[in-house]
Design a protein around this ligand. Sequence first.
Ligand SMILES: [Zn+2]
Length: 301
Amino acid sequence: MAQTDKYGIRDLKRDFGTEKKCLDFIFDTLHSRKCSCGGTYSLLEGRRQFQCSKCRFQIAPTAGTIFHKSPTPLNLWFYTILIFSNAKSGISAKEIERQLGVTYKTAWRMLYFIRKSLASKSKDYLKGDVEMDETWYGGRKRGGVQNLNRSQAMQNKSVIIGAVERGGEMRAEVSPNDRAKTISSFLDRNINPITSKRLITDESNRYDKVAIGYNRHTVQHNIKEFVRDDIHVNTLESFWSHVKRSTKGTHKVISKKYLQTYLDGFVFHYNNRHNDRERFLHLIGVLLPSSKAQRSLFSSF
Ligand SMILES: [Zn+2]
């Protein structure tokens, strides 16, 4: 990775080190300095408001964003966004609490809003060679002898369905179950049957009916075949183990309720894996929705 692809604390201090720098950035991303009356907007001292020099019209640039109504200084928000952006194995609220000297609740809330924002992005269909797979996540109980406790053990677990375009993007969803109907719905919403070249899965018969119309290739995991030429789901398998390893190390336990937002964080990192600077700027772009429709998403928090 070239040096210019990096974006670290020093860059952050230069670009977003003060409340004013952050506000100027947010304002310039979402609005124009020139008012329609011919005047120019500038920041009102000590407030999160900009005012036109001529007609005195005021604009609050954080309105409708995750920063709105948050008493946390904006430079701490941007610091948290950068740490989140650079932490490929995830970051815990406890760690943010320590690094920024904010309360645990404030730290947790910032991370929650950042992850939550990632879900609202519009998504393109996957194409080319696409791997698709499911995994079980969480829950402590094991199936026991001959899987007698299987159903009980499964109740504590969550199903995650995922698909990845080779050399491209990842999609992953926490799903109510791994039945054919659920898989079919995921396929419809994420993989284009016309522009996808091959759909690569394991031998599960749950795909038999729903993957009609896709050029499906399978590996026989049940006979311990994991790779045949370039037929494998290893990209997804290693993503699953990255998620499981990382959440174990960083977050200890993630409840079912919040699993999707954490998963969105990992998917974001995967999809923006090549360049630290771009990933950070992309994340800020996601957090500063510029259309009214997107903004209304945040007002419901
Ligand atoms: Zn004006």
